[in-house]
Design a protein around this ligand. Sequence first.
Ligand code: MG
Length: 380
Amino acid sequence: MVEDLSIGRITRLELRVVALPLRSPFATSTGVRARRDVLVVRVDGDDGTGWGECAAFADPGYTAETIGSAWNAISDLLGPPLARSGTLGELTKAWSAVPGERMAKAALETAVLDLLGRRLDRPLWALLGGQPRRMAAGVAIGVQSSTGALLEAVGDALDEGYSQVKLKVQPGWDVIPVSAVRERFPQLPLWVDANGAYRAADLPVLRRLDDLGLSMLEQPLPADDLAGLARLQSELRVAICLDESVASPADLERAAGAGAGRVLNLKPGRVGGVLAARALAAQARNLGWDVFVGGTLESSLGRTACLHLQTVPEVSLPGDLSAPSRYLARDLAARELQLDDRGCLPLPEGPGVGVEVHEEALAALTQRVEVGWQPKNALR
Ligand code: MG
């Protein structure tokens, strides 16, 4: 069991906020951002280094966590137990005393797993009990300036080699653009994600989307409206996929008990790390749900961790993980993830997460850095 592995002596923990320029601006809760800031975690042991990337954004919105909150959580609460935990299981048990902070936990856990994998010369997928297999990559396409621009964006993605597309929808940007995509690409595996933007009164619009042959309707209603989601699932043919609604095993139990969906979008950051994600995937499959792995505009470092998670047998559907070069103008990885000629993102060779960080890019793009913890100032 990976939880029984000794984490060894951790000698240093470094936190860094890195500003990655975006290819096109991204709307957040506080405005439009031209860059994707990411929190990067580095742990050093006696015998090597491990890296993790935090899924949190600079602004709250997708969840309540932010880069700032994750920074403080790792520095003050999650880092210090590294000094007194013998195994990964002991470490995550110590973290269970800290409510929430799932993206922070996921980032630090990934860095520790990367370090362990490198030490043991085993890739992360092997530590997770996965098996590499061909899984088609997908793209998520945001709200565009016009239906014409959307058709062009979908066409470009297909030309690049992607074979399935998820469209972001919201009130006022739904039936007309999605119908146009369906008409132009009748056979395309297509689904839509509303990030909770609709309300029960929007049922007529959602019914029209239901007629467009979508594979899923992702998070149509707010995260906590399980009764509304359950009503929708009973009214519509399309499978409802939950994203923001499920951060824990208890959330999934409640959602499944209510009949609020049939598919889980599994993001390791949202659920507290790849180990928690693996367990949640197993729980979802036992409940009869399908599972795919989704992303949060990560660099190749974070996205590769998602690809390792995608190898576990409980992941039953291909997801919406594209190459980060679709949205990032610069990456943290020395070798960026690239789509292969079969439309898949291949896992890198090598132990741990398998990503070599581009040290020059890291230095050039760093906004803030701190050695958050060393043995001399760790809690004893
Ligand atoms: Mg989503």
